[in-house]
Ligand binder design. Sequence first.
Ligand code: HEM
Length: 81
Amino acid sequence: TSSLPIFSQAEVTKHRSLEDGVWVTYKGSVYDITEFVTMHPGGDKILLAAGGALEPFWALYAVHNQEHVLEILSEYKVGEL
Ligand code: HEM
């Protein structure tokens, strides 16, 4: 059970820059990854997913298919879609 807020896709889409915040979705959850962007081992590519879903990008970059990466992501959860 989660007490985190529900966000619309429209709200998520507003957050696609370091200025406005960088939000992404993954499997129905919403993440504010603004603080992680500069720490990302894959650099600025992470911004391609800003305001939208991680799935299509992580399907292309299989390096994310490991528990360690999901642990990092989980730290930034702010709500559900
Ligand atoms: C590498 C996390 C989004 C592209 C990595 C690694 C982590 C990570 C931990 C290093 C993995 C390892 O070597 O063990 C994340 C997180 C993301 C995210 C938490 C979202 C919140 C993206 C997106 C893209 C991307 C959207 C592409 C559009 C890459 C690439 C690498 C990488 C190309 C390999 C870098 C290298 O080894 O040279 N990411 N990533 N990532 N990521 Fe991401």
